[in-house]
Each structure stands twice: as C-alpha cells, then as structure tokens.
Design a protein around this ligand. Structure first.
Ligand code: ZN
Length: 145
C-alpha cells in the first residue's frame, strides 16, 4: 500500500465514521466555522479543564475532507494540554503548504498532507482547526495577540 492509498483510507474512515460527532453538553468553549467556498459549517466544542482539554467534539454539515479533519482533531486534542494543542494548528498549516515540518504530533491528521495539493480543499481541512483556536481564545485558555 502506498502512502497515498494509506492516507486516502484514513481520511475515508474518519469521514464515514466520524469520531465524537455530537454536541458536548458540558462544553465551556465552542466556536463555529463556516467555509463559503464549500458550504462547510461546523461547530467545535471543548471542555477545558485548567490547562487541559478534557473533551472535544463537533457537529455540523460538511464535505468529507472537512468532516474527516474535524474527527481527527477531536481525537488528537482530547486529553492534551492547551499549550501543546495550540501550535498543532500551525504545524497542520505548514504541512499543507508543503513545508518540511515534524508531523508526528498530528496523529491521523498527517493523512491530510495529500489535501495540500488541492488548494481549494485546504480551507476544508483547516476549518475545524481554526474553530478550535477560536474556541480556545474564547475560553481564555490561550491569550490572543
Ligand atoms: Zn469542504
């Protein structure tokens, strides 16, 4: 199996069987992301407990890539420290631009690497991550500026 096939299978798995796709009743941070180019409209929910993300979930309607990316996000960030999670957004964006970055922390989201070849899809792949950042800012867990 080539990397491309492996990545495609991981994206398909997350888009067809999204993890944590539900509202989070005890969320204390949330943000909605809308991508007019594609029609993706999702909301990311976080339960921030001190300096940790105790739980993450998402809801909404989106294309397969956006849904897969949001599903990956909820798996990657849950249980991690906020200060570890915030830089992952930059890592993901750099990877999509084709920059040589260490992607080991991205987990399954490394499979989105192939999306970088399709500029119109990059917004789909990053939408939930921007919502994650907005939610963290809103929660006060990450300082703006
Ligand atoms: Zn999309």
């Amino acid at each position: 199996m080539t990397d491309t096939e492996l990545y495609r299978d991981i994206i398909l798995d997350h888009s067809e069987n999204p993890r944590h796709k539900h509202a989070l009743p005890d969320a204390n941070a949330q943000a909605r992301g809308y991508n007019p180019l594609c029609g993706d409209d999702i909301t990311v929910y976080l339960k921030v407990d001190g300096d940790r993300i105790a739980a993450a979930a998402f809801t909404g309607q989106s294309c397969a890539i956006c849904q897969a990316s949001a599903s990956m996000l909820t798996e990657i960030v849950a249980g991690r420290r906020v200060d570890e999670v915030d830089p992952l957004v930059g890592t993901l964006q750099a990877m999509l631009k084709g920059e040589a970055v260490d992607t080991t922390e991205l987990g399954d989201a490394e499979a989105l690497r192939s999306v970088g070849r399709l500029p119109i899809r990059v917004k789909c792949a990053t939408l939930s991550w921007h919502a994650l950042q907005a939610a963290l800012l809103e929660s006060g867990a990450v300082k703006g500026g």
